[in-house]
Design a protein around this ligand. Structure first.
Ligand code: FAD
Ligand code: FES
Length: 257
């Protein structure tokens, strides 16, 4: 069920020039949140930003009643969010959309591929899979090392590989060229820039591997009402906010055939 709550920022971390993370605490009981679901954040005190901004759930701590966000500063809304400090309030509508499938066999060989801000939902996904004794391979890609901000957070949950375009960290090249990308897997989860996800989807389809991708189309209402986030799938037009953001690539054949 969707809820609207005021959260208090209990931790704020600046992660290089472009990223910051927020840990948000709610006083009441939070609804269950699935990995891959997102929140719509109200950007307060900013006249230029009328619409809420969609941000993935980066982590959830049910015991502490907290939810974390990892945000890349790209425009006026995220710039305003970056000025918030501990103790400030943030209003969220959540949990939104359909997340990743986590009901998989405990012996599944899992690959996660994240690029840019698309690495955000993969942390909570890896945490949930780890609670099922699944240890994924997690490949994170970015142009340069400073744009892969939270590598160490993933390390308790899987085997982490890095690919940077400039070779400043890990493998030099794109994430789909990383040596671990071509290994055998039962399922691949991916979130990041569309060209990266298309390459992941194409390779998964060619190798017969089940694959889910999380789309980051521009959104407005986040609730399936305005149709501004619609994407073309093999099953017709779908609202990314309501019917996604996670889609199985079996309905995205236009991406790779
Ligand atoms: C389901 C979903 C989950 C997301 N999760 C995260 C997350 O966890 N962390 C994160 O940092 N970002 C995430 N995003 C992207 C984030 O919503 C946008 O970066 C943000 O809305 C930009 O707002 P702004 O006001 O700062 O930028 P604006 O001033 O509105 O725009 C600045 C620039 O960013 C581009 N832009 C705006 N929205 C998007 C978008 N959705 N995708 C690509 N480019 C965009 C615009 O075209 C423009 O060039 C997610 C998006 C979706 C749809
Ligand atoms: S954002 Fe309004 S329908 Fe998806």
């Amino acid at each position: 069920m969707k809820e609207i709550h005021d959260f208090t920022i209990v931790c704020r971390r600046q992660l290089g020039d472009q990223y910051f993370s927020l840990v948000l605490q709610h006083q009441g009981t939070m609804p269950a949140v699935c990995p891959g679901q997102f929140v719509e954040v109200l950007v307060d005190d900013c006249r230029e930003v009328m619409l809420r901004r969609p941000i993935s759930v980066h982590d959830v701590d049910a015991e502490k009643n907290t939810l974390s966000l990892l945000v890349q500063i790209v425009g006026k809304g995220t710039r305003r969010l970056a000025t918030l400090q501990c103790g400030d309030k943030l209003n969220l509508v959540y949990p939104l959309g359909h997340g990743f499938s986590t009901n998989i066999a405990s012996d599944s060989r899992v690959l996660m591929v994240g690029g840019g801000a698309g690495i955000a939902p993969l942390l909570y996904l890896s945490k949930v899979l780890s609670s099922k004794h699944i240890r994924p391979t997690i490949l994170l890609g970015g142009r340069t090392a400073s744009l892969i901000p939270v590598r160490s957070e993933f390390e308790p949950y899987g085997s982490v590989g890095i690919a940077t375009d400039d070779g400043s960290m890990g493998y030099r090249g794109i994430v789909t060229q990383h040596p671990d990308f071509g290994k055998e897997y039962d399922i691949i989860y991916s979130c990041g820039p569309t060209p990266m996800m298309k390459a992941v989807a194409k390779s998964a389809a060619q190798r017969g591997i089940r694959c889910e991708v999380s789309l980051e189309n521009m959104m407005a209402c986040g609730l399936g009402a305005c149709l501004c986030c619609v994407t073309d799938t093999d099953e017709g037009h779908k609202c990314v906010c309501k019917e996604g953001p996670v889609f199985d690539i079996s309905v995205m054949k236009k991406w790779y055939e």
